[in-house]
Design a protein around this ligand. Sequence first.
Ligand SMILES: [Fe+2]
Length: 192
Amino acid sequence: MPIELPALPYAHATLEPHIPAATLELHHGSHHRAYVEETNRLLEGSGLEELALEQVVRQARGRLAEQAAQAWNHGFYWTCLSPRGGGEPGGRLAELLARQYGDFTRFREEFTRMALALPGSGWVWLVQHPDGNPGIVATRGAATPLTGADVPLLACDVWEHAYYLDRRDARAEYLEAFWKVVDWEAAGKRLV
Ligand SMILES: [Fe+2]
């Protein structure tokens, strides 16, 4: 079965003014679609055609691994954003972040600092380590926590294509917008 481009879980304009519809249309409809299509092209004859995308990411090597990881990373990223997002997490995630970072503001500052410090293209993740504690992980290029032991809770795409259309090279502005639409409820539900 070919990998499918998942539909955005909200209408394009519903993350405005923080993330413009045009940016979402390009990011989802062009960039994400291209990763899915290239994954399917490379899957042909690979022996991995029958696997789910998550398993392709874990088992493939080389360019197929990269394209599949980007296909999965983007599908995950869309579910980290919501028109009803922003603010702060509640419940157990709030408690874990407070215990690890002192308070939510310090967590957000550290996550933002790592996103701004990441050279070139990549992702920044809030993960849950196998010991149960939360952590912030930056990955270069197409790399993904899916290939390791951490459970991804939240992803921020810091490839320039996530923001260059409306914010040119201003990654810091994009991070400010990102925090306004983060779906903390979804992140909390991913805790093990
Ligand atoms: Fe992206």
